[in-house]
Design a protein around this ligand. Structure first.
Ligand code: SF4
Ligand code: SF4
Length: 362
């Protein structure tokens, strides 16, 4: 472990500029696509390389706005060969063409067909799907492609149509459904009693329209209370700012303060002080070596990993685990086994975990 974290999964917010303005994006963080940005990303990559994350998620902002993206991905592959996952907003997948040889998984966000995506993201879902169809026809594109859809009260009834459109493009495209955050907010389909059953019905309909569909709602529903949860993956994942500054969830406050003038106001809003104290407490605990899994700011990032540590199967696990295949050593498995048995689940079956990662039947 480095700095009290396994660092197996890293998310690099490679830029904070974006050419969209989605309804649920934080305008305090995102900057316009044409705003100047002077960053030496090769130096940033060198800082990230020190942690050797097995899975490197490239997010933003919008990564296709970074001119040197293919160069930094090529260097990452040459230096430590992580599984590289790039998240793209669908505005111009061909702009990533020079990066295709280094991308293991491209994730494109689409919240629904036509006008549904336009309403939340400002670009027609049909336009994005046309771009994806062109991509699938391109001989240069050989990566996995996942369409990521955030499910809300506004799009749940249109998802079967989206699945049918994707099926007509290619059976190779995987569709991943994620719950909107916060899970008890007004847009969430699981807020109301019976909401999960309603989602599962929509999911079954989607599966009949397009077989390759998965979701991670089951990870979220292991929590009875969304206000204070236990999050285990925070000890396996780290985040990097565009300049390669490291922060974990527990240590992110300083980074947020640096990046967001409005954060002081947010802290003093309802619930803000409690959240700030939780973050500070965790940072202090991390400093003195204690392990604190609590979180008051739930997200669904990597929550599939928690399920595996707890010994439960989940819809999304096979997709999530593919990135580790061939990248975990026997020492990694041994270290995982010791940590999980001591802090999370005394009955953890490391051999079972390993067999799923390596794709071997047991
Ligand atoms: S595409 Fe992503 S980064 Fe850009 S505005 Fe939308 S949510 Fe924010
Ligand atoms: S659930 Fe909380 S601690 Fe876990 S990754 Fe999300 S914000 Fe961080």
């Amino acid at each position: 472990m480095i700095n009290n974290n396994f660092c197996w999964m890293a998310t690099w917010m490679v830029t904070d500029r974006c050419n969209l303005r989605c309804a649920y994006c934080d305008p305090n963080i995102m900057r316009r696509a044409n705003e100047p940005e002077v960053i030496n990303r090769f130096e940033a990559l060198d800082r990230i390389a020190a942690y050797r994350p097995k899975i490197l998620n490239i997010s933003g902002g919008e990564p296709s706005l970074v001119k040197e993206l293919s160069g930094i991905l090529a260097r990452a592959k040459a230096v430590w060969n992580p599984f590289i996952r790039v998240v793209h907003n669908g505005t111009a997948p061909q702009k990533l063409a020079e990066s295709f040889p280094y991308i293991d998984r491209l994730v494109i966000s689409v919240d629904g067909p036509g006008e549904v995506n336009a309403a939340t993201r400002g670009i027609s879902g049909d336009v994005v799907l046309d771009g994806i169809a062109a991509l699938m026809d391109s001989a240069d594109f050989r990566s996995e492609l996942i369409i990521n859809t955030v499910v809300t009260e506004r799009n749940i009834d249109t998802l079967k149509r989206l699945a049918a459109q994707i099926a007509s493009i290619s059976p190779r495209i995987e569709l991943g459904l994620a719950p909107v955050m916060p899970p008890d907010g007004e847009l969430s389909v699981i807020r109301a009693p019976g909401g999960y059953d309603r989602f599962l019905k929509a999911f079954a309909e989607m599966k009949s329209a397009h077989g390759a569909v998965t979701h991670d709602f089951d990870c979220l529903l292991r929590h009875k209370n969304f206000r204070k949860i236990q999050c285990y993956n925070q000890y396996f994942s780290v985040h990097f700012s565009p300049r390669g500054e490291l922060f974990t969830c527990g240590a992110s406050l300083g980074s947020q303060l640096r990046r967001t003038d409005g954060v002081y106001g947010k802290i003093f809003k309802k619930g803000g002080i409690k959240k700030a104290l939780t973050i500070l407490t965790r940072a202090i605990n991390g400093f003195v070596g204690r392990v604190d899994f609590t979180c008051r700011n739930i997200c669904s990032c990597e929550s599939w990993f928690d399920m595996l540590l707890l010994g439960s199967d989940t819809e999304y696990a096979p997709t999530g685990l593919r990135g580790f295949r061939g990248r975990l050593t026997n020492d990694d498995y041994a270290e995982l086994d010791t940590f999980v048995k001591k802090h999370i689940n005394a009955n953890f079956d490391a051999e079972r975990f390993k067999s799923i990662v390596e794709g071997r039947p047991r």
